[in-house]
Design a protein around this ligand. Structure first.
Ligand code: TRP
Length: 460
């Protein structure tokens, strides 16, 4: 207990501890798996440019807002909003729903990554590079796909239960740079493949005829997902932060780092997809959640004797990035239940495990027993649906409400003062305009245009 009678909150040991924790939560499957397939699907360079603009305007602004709100209130999402009136608590509650939607399907992809790391040792690189048959066979399997999901969950839950997170984080300190070095190596190798340069142009050069509301919704959702925004996480992280650390510097670093990793992952995968499929149209038409698991194995299989080692090492490093994210997602869910229901940590944890396991099993059934359910049109799965629900629906709404709340209810000055406690805030005018006007209007326009397009009211 502290002098104020509140239980002492955990605290970061300094600015770098915060930056590292925020970066570890940011870098995960979102960068390695999700970003490349979205870039491939939505016309390469056009998506890349849209994403870049969004991260450095809206993304970093919201990152700053959430961290400052957390530091100011010293609370996690629900408490932070509630502090300004009970009627605002619903924003925090809505934000808190996101980790519960994401965690089950995150663990399914985590299971795929685990399976691949092991398969490089057991089945060998050639077996995995058979044009997608291996992947489809595996994810639709009645037993195996569930097993690997459960293995991944078990490891994540064990780390949370045993409280050995510190060790994982230390390991991550060299695993993350190793992952980046490897991604650079693979990207360079990919670019030497015949036809890859054309793919690199597709990835780097915008073609504005590809621009669509769907692309912007995709980029927006990806930005929230990848930066762990609009789900209360950064509010909680900000609440552990001391008043000495400069917020503006920290959030730009986190945003820039996350973007860099995504960019690299795209450079590694999109040109390779181009080599395999031959044209931008084919890449766009055939890119989805399977991209990383089908395209990369083809690149690895090309590498001769080193293929098994490189494939194994790559998926092992991705596994680590996924694991740190899954651990932090699980912990978020536990603390939401703990704070919300007032239960003990033990009981809350047990409930979270039950919910995540059951939800994971149901979502995974979307690839076999329940594959007749195609929620977003032919060929889509339950996993696609939950991914869409959190990233393209709930998160934009939470971001909109958060901006309106700060811009018009509690007023931007409150956040600006908090930011200025620990350093200068030179861009406070543009930031205010962003939060009050641009961000809310942008989100509404994007969502309306997207819905209109989806229902065929307008065509772009
Ligand atoms: N940002 C993570 C990624 O890119 C995924 C994620 C979303 C996450 N929300 C989170 C990770 C909360 C940790 C905590 O993969």
């Amino acid at each position: 207990m502290t002098a104020t009678g509140k239980p002492a909150r955990s605290a970061w040991s300094g600015k770098w501890a915060f930056i590292l924790a925020a970066a570890a939560s940011a870098v995960g499957l979102g960068n390695m798996w999700r970003f490349p397939y979205l870039a491939a699907k939505y016309g390469g360079g056009t998506f890349l440019l849209t994403y870049l603009l969004l991260v450095f305007t809206f993304g970093v602004s919201l990152l700053l807002l959430e961290t400052a709100l957390g530091r100011l209130t010293g609370q996690s999402a629900i408490g932070a909003f509630k502090q300004f009136g009970r009627k605002y608590a619903f924003i925090g509650i809505l934000a808190s729903a996101v980790p519960f939607i994401i965690t089950p399907y995150y663990c399914i992809i985590g299971g795929w990554v685990t399976k691949y790391a092991v398969a490089y040792l057991v089945d060998g690189p050639a077996a995995l590079a058979d044009g997608g048959g291996f992947f489809t066979g595996f994810i639709t399997s009645d037993v195996e796909s569930y097993l690997w999901m459960l293995v991944f969950m078990a490891v994540a839950f064990a780390v949370v239960a045993l409280g050995v997170k510190g060790g994982i984080e230390k390991a991550n300190l060299f695993m993350m740079p190793a992952l980046i070095v490897m991604a650079v190596g693979i990207a360079v190798y990919t670019l030497t493949m015949p036809g890859a340069l054309e793919g690199a142009l597709y990835y780097l050069v915008p073609d504005f005829s590809k621009f669509s509301p769907e692309l912007v919704v995709g980029a927006l959702g990806q930005m929230f997902y990848s930066l762990s925004l609009a789900m209360g996480i950064m509010i909680t992280y900000g609440s552990y932060l001391d008043r000495k650390s400069s917020l503006t510097q920290s959030v730009v670093r986190v945003g820039g780092f996350d973007l860099g990793v995504s960019f690299l992952a795209g450079l590694m995968i999109v040109p390779a997809a181009f080599v395999a499929m031959g044209s931008g149209e084919a890449v766009a038409a055939n890119s989805g959640p399977s991209l990383m698991f089908v395209t990369l194995p083809a690149v690895f299989a090309d590498m001769g004797g080193a293929a098994a080692a490189i494939g194994f090492l790559f998926f092992l490093l991705v596994l680590f990035a996924a694991l740190t994210s899954a651990i932090s997602l699980t912990e978020t869910c536990v603390s939401i239940v703990q704070d919300g229901a007032g239960w003990s940590r033990r009981k809350s944890f047990a409930v979270v495990i039950a919910v995540v396991v059951v939800a994971g099993i149901v979502v995974n059934m979307g690839y076999n027993g329940l594959s007749f359910i195609e929620p977003l049109g032919a060929g889509t799965s339950l996993l696609d649906f939950f991914d869409f629900l959190s990233n393209s629906v709930v998160m934009p709404i939470v971001a909109l409400l958060t901006c309106v709340f700060v811009g018009w209810v509690v007023k931007p000055k409150l956040i600006i003062d908090e930011v200025e406690r620990s350093g200068p805030f030179r861009l406070k005018k543009p930031w205010t305009v962003m939060v009050k006007y641009i961000a809310p209007v942008l989100v509404v326009v994007i969502l309306v245009a997207y819905v209109a397009q989806t229902f065929g009211i307008v065509t772009f």
